[in-house]
Write a protein that binds this ligand. Structure first.
Ligand SMILES: [Zn+2]
Length: 153
């Protein structure tokens, strides 16, 4: 029974992580361009500007089913999308499994930190626009969090 429970926790964390990863893609694309993450509320193709229907917006699955192309104009969709969704899903799953005996609050905090990590790391790689001091302070914060987490074991 404990095995089944672990699989369920892993599956829920994976699906949640993939969905959050889909949102992180929106943040990564829009925020550095000065856009809003809520307006437009639906995802759209950057080339033909058509709204992406929900069934073409299922994390990881849709990119694979569409073979990385827009359903309408066949413009290529960057492989970054399923990669971010998969990385987030795996990070959420690993966090949930490692901390499954801890509080949901700690797991949620780690998920939020990991989400920020993925956004900052991706934007920093794409744009090289973040000051080094910011990156150093942020990485130091992450290191302190990790040490605190391990000290609580
Ligand atoms: Zn298109």
């Amino acid at each position: 029974m404990a095995g089944l429970e672990s699989y369920l926790v892993a599956a829920v964390a994976f699906v949640l992580g993939a969905s959050v990863g889909s949102f992180l893609n929106v943040v990564i694309y829009r925020v550095p361009r000065g856009g809003s993450v809520t307006n437009p509320s639906r995802s759209f193709c950057p080339r033909c500007e058509s709204t992406i229907p929900w069934y073409c917006n299922i994390p990881i699955v849709s990119w694979l089913a569409l073979r990385g192309k827009c359903l309408r104009c066949r413009a290529p969709i960057a492989i970054q999308y399923p990669i971010i969704e998969t990385v987030t899903a795996l990070a959420y799953t690993a966090t949930a499994m490692l901390l499954r005996n801890d509080s949901l609050m700690l797991i949620a905090c780690c998920w939020m930190f990991v989400s920020g990590l993925i956004v900052v790391a991706t934007v920093a790689c794409q744009r090289e626009s973040l000051p080094k001091s910011f990156m150093i302070a942020w990485l130091a914060t992450g290191a302190v969090c990790l040490v605190q987490l391990l000290a609580c074991r």
